[in-house]
Design a protein around this ligand. Structure first.
Ligand code: SAH
Ligand code: MG
Length: 956
């Protein structure tokens, strides 16, 4: 028997379970529901069933977008699931590669399948293909009963899979399935292949009349005439893409109608592409088959040129399809489905066509997810889950892979225990996170103080994530392994996904980029890619010659200075300035802006205008690049209630048309010189937390720098006892445990019960879990947390070696801060006291304000005075002068020396340090030696938590 020659692959891919195959195909669109079932008694006596209650059985229903199946009952849940998945695969005609059938067997199966398709039984089945079989019976003349072979190739999965076994190269030339189907049909004497060269199959013997009758009676009433919109994509990119109307009368076959629009006599000359877009989509490309379709191709000639399309490649259609389309083409969403006997159809508008075009690249997917094609941009950073709007990076990456026919991305999470618990598990655990298992519940935002960032300090494990992309044939395309730790697993996953997306996006924005540059860029994003596989899988879908994609997506909408200057920021006439926000105060990095905006296409003479896009409420985070640059630049100069209007050069036409609800009228406008007009009103402004602001600007974060500053002083002074005034949730005390120091006693005081209980939790587990003799915190003998106001005296804190009071005084009224200073230096009298507080003058920089510093401009001082405080809880923020004044007076009054320093920035560069620090040192007086003993015992503070190394069980 002639088999088409090639032997099956000796080395097949690793065996995939039915569930895994379903997952590859549907991702989380496949939903499994397992239910317990009571097995009915076997002996026909229903009453006994209750008495003989056997083991519980499970049945699984698998719902796919097209249909659902329910398994038999099984003892194990997973068997029920696998069985349901297998049933679905059978129904889809997908055969797991594990079976390893030979090419010969595949041929036999293919012939049997064709035979089955033309059986009486199949005609009445609910199958997309049986819809065509029935419709073919209504075709007139020579065409009566003739079924286009292309329909068999697309509606039934089985021939496709069998052909892949016969010839593994099939994937690169999917239309060749037709030639195998035709050859299989010639081997079935009861079937008739259409007249010479016709790509159709007809049954020789008519169906039994009673079968026809019963089918006709099934039909739901009178078939209706169908009118649907499709898109005509000419082969020549010179010619515009245009809508076409398909009028399908109840008596005609829809494929014949499409054929006529393509200038062909009938559907037997039409080829059909695979589906585009979502899993349940019926959207496909239709094109003319080559004049002479080779039915007998010697297998070693099976390459891209085997099909001699007379027409050139249709670049636009091929780009969207990811499969080569030749000649003029029609894009339509129409066909028979698993769900109903009726013809399904949906309009494909110009807008939906352009949305398909832009959805091929990450930024397009992001824009679509926000429904903000002309305003949104794929952000460059993922800061927090709450600030990210639109689809999350992980989702976008999954969609991208589906779009480009890659496997679902594989995420590997590494859990790295912190030093404190390192003895529990020395090696980092690797666990694979399956994409379908939704981790989101675990990532719920609980702690708003936790932010994305390389912060490994903390008791909880830290996470890092590695992403891998594979081709359908399981070739590795890229690995992204950022060497950054996140407190939350979700942050690690999202950040790694975003890196991959950003790199891909950079590539799509400049597809002509030389390989060297692409490699360089990859290393910036912690990516290692395999150029050959990348080119084969991602680039080749673009390498369609004449379609200059890079031109179309040449860049962001114009954002150069001129355009921004052209934009006039003006007060709204009816200002709704209820909040009375200072104008001139700008939103800073990390602020969340909420705007109302609209974008219109206007002719340069401003006479004609067409609304393209608008949103009543649209939120974006400043500083992440989440919107087009002009919008961010102007938005961040506005205050709440203000409105602004600006113009930009026209972005690529694809974007304009993807946004336009009425594409024809937008197109009409585009024939004259146009620009885009943006109007925005700033509705709300949510400021970022102080720590995120600091995080954005300093590396390591300012909080870490403060800790390190304190550690240095502990070392220098050989301190054995430390009290942290206003310890908050214990970040300093906790971090100190990571450093080897001379400390033996650590104490924290705060008035916030909530913060203290957090501090207690963290310190407790870190101290008790750490039994490692080499642990840096081994020297600590006792730790106490007190609830109390640091303006009150408590004799238990007298005479400590070191006192710290970091970023606390600004949370008190100024007079309280003075009181604290007096109490500490007069009564507690630590040898050294370190006080830090924000330097107000530095806010200009922190808040990313655009106020230009002009040395001799008297206005400058005034403007910088209007900066906001870093945190809404701050009662004051001092300039360097104000801080110096406070600290110097204190020092003089209480016999201390004081030196000034800081972290973040530098003393010599204006405006000084971000966090200013005063270090007070006690000047020891002779009469002071026994000071502590003279003090009366005065216990104002309440012990919240206490820990002792000698007896850790005694802790509260
Ligand atoms: N020092 C910590 C926390 C700074 S936030 C850190 O650097 O992370 C300021 C803290 O000061 C808050 O926890 C607040 O509860 C505390 N605080 C404010 N007034 C206080 C007072 N009178 N007595 C004690 N703590 C006070
Ligand atoms: Mg503060």
């Amino acid at each position: 028997m002639e088999t088409g020659g090639s032997l099956p692959h000796a080395t097949r891919k690793p065996t995939l379970t039915p569930k895994a195959i379903i997952h590859q195909k549907y991702g989380n669109k496949a939903s499994y529901k397992v239910e317990e079932v009571e097995e009915p008694a076997q002996n026909g006596c229903p009453g006994l069933a209750i008495l003989q209650k056997g083991p519980c059985l499970y049945r699984c229903t698998l719902e796919l977008p097209e249909f659902s199946v329910t398994s038999e009952s099984f003892k194990k849940k997973k068997d029920a699931e696998q069985s349901a998945a297998q049933m679905a695969l059978d129904k889809l005609g997908i055969r797991p590669s594990a079976d390893n059938p030979t090419a010969e067997e595949a041929w036999t199966d293919l012939i049997a399948r064709i035979e089955y398709i033309f059986s009486n039984e199949f005609l009445s089945a609910l199958h997309p293909l049986s819809g065509h079989l029935k419709a073919a019976l209504g075709r007139v003349g020579d065409l009566n009963g003739s079924v286009p072979a292309s329909v068999i190739a697309i509606c039934d999965g089985k021939p496709n899979n069998l052909c892949k076994i016969i010839n593994p190269k099939m994937d690169s030339q999917p239309f060749l399935v037709i030639s195998y189907i035709m050859r299989a049909a010639t081997r079935l004497p009861e079937l008739v292949v259409g007249p010479e060269g016709q790509l159709s199959i007809r049954r020789k013997n008519p169906y039994p009349p009673d079968l026809i009758e019963s089918i006709l009676s099934q039909e739901s009433g009178v078939a209706e005439n169908v009118t649907t919109m499709a898109i005509y994509i000419p082969c020549s990119t010179e010619k515009p893409v245009e809508p076409v109307i398909l009028n399908i009368s109840s008596s005609s076959y829809y494929l014949d109608v499409i054929a006529q629009k393509l200038g062909l006599s009938d559907a037997n000359k039409v080829l059909i592409s695979r589906t585009i877009g979502k899993a349940s989509s019926e959207t496909r490309f239709y094109l003319a088959a080559p004049k002479s379709f080779p039915i007998d191709i010697p297998s070693d000639h099976l390459n891209d040129k085997a099909l001699k399309f007379g027409e050139p490649l249709n670049a636009r259609a091929s780009y969207i399809c990811g499969q080569n389309i030749y000649g003029d083409s029609i894009l339509a969403s129409i066909g028979y489905t698993w769900k109903s006997q009726d013809l399904f159809h949906e309009d494909v508008t110009l807008q939906s066509y352009y949305r398909m075009v832009i959805s091929k690249i990450p930024s397009g997917l992001y824009k679509l997810s926000r429904e903000a094609i002309l305003a949104a941009e794929l952000p460059l950073t993922f800061t927090t889950r709450t600030n990210w709007k639109g689809s999350f990076p992980r989702e976008i990456l999954c969609s991208f892979c589906r779009q480009h026919r890659l496997l679902e991305p594989v995420f590997s999470i590494s859990t790295i225990p912190t030093k404190a618990s390192s003895e529990l598990s020395r090696s980092s655990k690797k666990l694979k996170v399956s994409e379908s298992a939704d981790q989101d519940t675990e990532y719920a935002d609980g702690d708003d103080t936790v932010y994305a960032g390389a912060k490994s300090v903390g008791l909880a494990s830290s996470f890092s994530c590695e992403v891998k992309l594979y081709s359908k044939s399981q070739d590795l395309i890229l690995v992204c392994a950022p060497n950054v730790l996140y407190k939350k697993q979700n942050d690690a996953v999202q950040n790694a996904s975003l890196k991959v997306l950003s790199w891909l996006n950079a590539y799509f924005k400049d597809t002509d980029m030389p390989l060297e540059k692409l490699k360089q860029l990859a290393s910036v994003f912690d990516i290692n890619f395999y150029p050959q596989n990348f080119i084969k899988e991602v680039v080749s879908c673009l390498s369609v010659n004449s379609f200059q994609h890079s031109e179309t997506f040449g860049g962001k909408p114009e954002s150069n200075g001129n355009n921004i200057l052209n934009g006039v920021v003006e007060d709204a006439e009816s200002s709704i300035d209820t909040e009375g926000l200072d104008s001139g105060v700008c939103p800073s990095n990390g602020s969340l802006l909420c705007v109302c905006y609209s974008v219109s296409l206007v002719t340069k003479d401003k006479l004609q205008k067409e609304l393209l896009e608008s949103a009543e409420e649209f939120e974006f985070e400043i500083g992440t690049g989440a919107v087009i640059t002009s919008m961010e630049a102007i938005g961040s100069q506005m205050s709440v209630g203000q409105s602004a209007c600006f113009h930009t050069e026209l972005p690529p036409q694809d974007l304009v048309l993807a946004a336009a609800k009425d594409s024809p009228s937008a197109l009409a406008l585009l024939s004259s010189p146009c620009c885009l007009e943006y109007s925005i009103i700033l509705l709300r402004l949510t400021e970022p937390p102080e720590d995120r602001m600091e995080q954005a600007l300093f590396s390591p974060p300012l909080s870490k720098q403060r800790v390190e500053y304190a550690v240095q002083h502990i070392k220098d002074s050989c301190a054995t006892s430390l009290v942290d005034f206003g310890c908050g949730s214990g970040s300093l005390l906790e971090s100190l445990l990571d450093y080897p120091t001379s400390l033996e006693t650590i104490v924290g005081v705060d008035i916030s019960q909530k913060s203290l209980s957090r501090a207690a939790k963290v310190l407790h587990s870190k101290l008790t879990m750490n039994s490692d003799p080499d642990a840096p915190s081994r020297g600590i003998k006792s730790a106490v947390l007190y609830d109390g106001s640091i303006t009150d005296f408590d004799s238990r804190l007298c005479g400590f070696d070191l006192g710290t009071c970091l970023e606390v005084i600004e949370h008190m009224e100024e007079e309280q801060a003075c009181m604290f200073g007096d109490v500490v230096l007069s009564s507690f009298r630590p040898r050294v006291l370190i006080v830090s507080t924000p330097n107000y003058e530095y806010n200009v920089i922190l808040q990313g304000s655009n106020i230009t510093s002009q040395e001799d401009d008297p206005e400058e001082k005034v403007q910088s005075q209007s900066c906001k405080f870093r945190n809404h809880d701050h009662k004051f923020e001092w300039t360097r002068e104000q801080f110096n004044h406070w600290a110097s007076n204190l020092a003089v009054r209480h016999n201390y020396t004081v030196k000034f320093s800081g972290v973040g920035g530098s003393a010599d560069v204006e405006p000084g340090f971000a966090s200013q620090i005063a270090v007070f040192r006690r000047v020891v007086l002779p009469e002071e030696e026994n000071l502590q003993e003279h003090k009366d015992l005065e216990c104002k503070y309440n012990v919240i938590w206490k820990w002792n190394r000698s007896n850790p069980a005694l802790t509260d």
